[in-house]
Design a protein around this ligand. Structure first.
Ligand code: ADP
Ligand code: MG
Length: 716
């Protein structure tokens, strides 16, 4: 019988470590960014000339002056070594969706039996990991295994703390020897360049003063679960697949909505405090923390940043969350659906553009109807999302996210845009053709208590059910899965919006040639966009059956599964879009399709194999034993009482019946595995789960070999 956890002594968990962190009594402002080779450190460690050259390159996204590389490397090494570093690594993001690193120490032999510490400019700028084992969708067979990592100076180097020493990490992109991208950073940087170019082109057309590079911004809200680590260790399914393959939902979970924004329990608070501190040291601006809807579910959100940096920071946050959880005797679950029947976890991708004037171009201002750059951006997004809804959907496709999208608590797989009352009204005015003349105002909220001041009210309400919602000064793409890299969806948003802007700018330039009335030309272009693409706008409840029907009528795609969604990557229109915008070549796209489909099928396969194995070797034996025990018991009770125990017999029959069904279901699943049918494996896992979960309700809880949902979800 497995051990149960009753009271856990948490007094020591995490405590020791907290004492030893060098942050001590310092305020956040004192230690924020301590582990980052940022501007301030650079100024201290570099010569005036090198500092200027590097900070210029960072601000303008390159190019980098190679002649300063040695000096920068030396400075980085000295800084890192002073912070306990023995090794450095290029830190990159292969198609696994995770991060990768290969450490080299700074030591070089000095020829006298000792070592000196060295780090050259060449080693900083370029690495060459043997990368034949990373997924590449056939781009890199092992006989041409060369891959290069290249320094991305726009994301600063940082220090990772190990148990006894530290490692200098250098964010890099990762390409094959022929220059093809093998990672998620290269196309992200390319897509950022594409949209930056189009936004600046538009700024010129609108006569907006250009003072800096335009760049996309990102704030990624991260949802996650915490469970006790003891339970985690008892669930091989969680360890191996990230989700529970079996488990009966508890009678009470989230129905009362008593967890959302509830007071944070002390043990969880310890985790959150530690996470914040670790990430602040890494210069990641974590801002918000709270309980989420499901018991045991939480969220963390940063202040938005330059998109490239925000993606890196989110990758780091996910990694640090796992580490910090361990210190607190917890396991952090990032899977999109760790528990069936209970809310899953997503990652809200808040996206906007800072223009070449330094302003947020998705900020409507007080009178959005007069805000030309805002209206053009808005219409560009509408056009982009409508034209490429399938591509956007594909960017969030994964085996894990399939369990979440379209479930009743997550945005559906149908992509639509929520604009809210104020913007919808403006859009309708634009559609009518005479341009927008007014903006609905939010007014004030009266609380009905004389002692309280009135509150300003937003001009539009929130809508939590929309997959792509305008939320005040940015768009929020909510279909992203919690375990995913934010790169994919952001590459797609940048690229499709860049392409829409490209088209708008071309039309505007054309119109300018013949007509000097710029306003009119803009009005006409936007009117056409609205007429053609307004079908993507939906302000209602996305979770309803009615919307499913309506969306179908509007011809909006509903790609329910990953294989269906991924198909679009090979669509000639998508290939031509990505090539046109210089983001991904046909070859790179096809390789991504192959890599992602393979990843999907691999997950389905190992989940199926594990489910069959767990059922057969861990769960069903318990049910079989219990069946025998019941039969024995009934026999002796009836012998003594000299009457038939009808209800007991019925109960035994139920247990036997379900056990029999479970064995049959295992048989079917094993057949599906043998036949290598992905669809049948998926169905087989679901069918087996149904029976096993029924059995869980029949077998005494102290005999059940896995921690229950109730045990796992209600941590104290
Ligand atoms: P809400 O609670 O309305 O969803 P918040 O203001 O709390 O929005 O922001 C949620 C996330 O959106 C945060 O990470 C925040 O930094 C981010 N965000 C806010 N403005 C922008 C912007 N201009 N670009 C990208 N992300 C943004
Ligand atoms: Mg949000």
């Amino acid at each position: 019988m497995r051990t149960r956890i009753s009271a856990i002594d948490i007094s020591n968990i995490g405590g020791k470590r907290m004492m030893t962190t060098e942050t001590g009594n310092k305020t956040v402002a004192d230690y924020y960014g301590d582990n980052v080779f940022g501007i301030k450190v650079m100024r201290n460690y570099l010569s005036e000339k090198a500092f200027k050259s590097l900070s210029e390159a960072i601000k303008n996204n390159g190019p980098l002056d190679r002649s300063i590389a040695d000096e920068v490397a030396e400075a980085m090494k000295n800084w890192a070594v002073a912070k306990g570093a023995t090794h450095y690594t290029h830190w990159f993001q292969p198609l696994t969706g995770l991060t990768a690193e290969k450490h080299d120490s700074f030591i070089e032999l000095d020829g006298e039996g000792g070592v000196i510490l060295e780090f050259s400019g060449d080693a900083l700028i370029q690495g060459e990991p043997d990368a034949s084992s990373f997924p590449s969708g056939g781009l890199r067979p092992t006989f041409e295994a060369r891959g290069y990592t290249g320094w991305d100076p726009t994301s600063p180097a940082f220090i990772k703390e190990g148990p006894n020493a530290t490692t200098l990490c250098i964010p890099t992109y990762f390409v094959g020897w022929n220059g093809v991208s093998l990672d998620k950073k290269t196309p992200l940087l390319r897509s950022m360049k594409a949209i930056s170019k189009q936004v600046s082109r538009l700024a010129k057309l609108l006569g907006i003063k250009i003072t800096q590079n335009a760049f996309s911004t990102l704030g990624g809200e991260q949802e996650y679960f915490l469970i006790d680590r003891e339970y985690y260790h008892q669930r091989i399914d969680l360890i191996q697949t990230g989700r529970t393959l079996f488990g009966k939902p508890p009678a009470k979970h989230q129905q009362m909505a008593d967890h959302y924004f509830g007071a944070i329990k002390e043990r969880v608070m310890g985790f959150m405090e530690d996470l914040d501190r670790e990430m602040w040291k890494l210069g990641a601006p974590l801002k918000t923390r709270h309980n989420e809807v499901a018991p045991g579910q939480f969220e963390v959100a940063p202040i938005f940043e330059n998109q490239n940096l925000a993606v890196d920071h989110n990758m780091l946050t996910m990694e640090v969350m796992q580490k910090v959880a361990k210190r607190h005797g917890l396991a952090c679950l990032l899977h999109e659906k760790p528990f069936a029947g209970i809310n899953g976890s997503g990652k809200h991708c808040n996206w906007s553009i800072t223009g070449p004037d330094g302003k947020n171009w998705l900020s409507p201002g007080d009178s959005p109807h007069e805000n030309e750059r805002f209206l053009i951006m808005l219409c560009a997004v509408i056009k982009a999302v409508d034209e490429h809804a399938k591509f956007l959907r594909a960017s969030v496709a994964s085996a894990g996210n399939d369990h979440r999208l379209g479930s009743h608590e997550a945005p559906p797989a149908i992509i639509s845009i929520y604009l809210g009352e104020q913007l919808t009204d403006i859009i309708e005015q634009i559609e009518k053709g005479s341009g927008a003349k007014s903006s609905k105002k939010g007014g004030t909220l009266t609380v009905g208590l004389d002692s309280l001041p009135t509150l300003p009210r937003h001009a539009s309400d929130r809508n939590r059910t929309s997959p792509f919602a305008f939320t005040g000064s940015k768009f929020e793409f909510r279909a992203v899965g919690s375990a995913m890299s934010l790169s994919g969806p952001n590459i797609v948003i940048n690229t499709i919006v860049a392409d829409a802007l490209d088209d708008i700018c071309t039309k505007l330039e054309e119109a300018r040639k013949s007509d000097k009335n710029a306003d009119k030309a803009v009005q006409k272009i936007l009117q056409e966009i609205i007429k053609k693409h307004k079908k993507i706008i939906f302000n209602g409840d996305n979770y309803t059956e009615a919307w499913l029907k309506e969306a179908k009528k509007r011809g909006l795609p509903n790609l329910k599964t990953t294989p269906e969604a991924l198909e679009v990557i090979k669509d000639p229109a998508v290939i031509s879009l990505c090539e046109r915008q210089g983001v991904l070549t046909k070859r790179e796209l096809i390789s991504r399709y192959d890599a992602y489909l393979e990843a999907y099928e691999t997950v389905i396969r190992y989940e199926a194999a594990l489910a069959a194995d767990m059922a057969k070797t861990t769960i069903i034996p318990v049910a079989v034993d219990y069946q025998a025990e019941l039969a024995e018991m009934i026999k002796s009770v009836e012998g003594i009482n000299k009457t038939k125990s009808a209800s007991s017999r019925k109960f035994l029959k139920d247990v036997s019946g379900e056990t029999e069904k479970a064995l049959t279901a295992v048989g079917s699943l094993e057949a599906a595995l043998k036949g290598n049918s992905i669809e049948k494996m998926k169905d087989g896992v679901a069918a087996l789960r149904t029976v096993i979960d029924t059995l869980e309700g029949l077998v005494p809880s102290n005999k059940w070999p896995l921690p229950s949902y109730t045990e796992m979800l209600f941590i104290s």
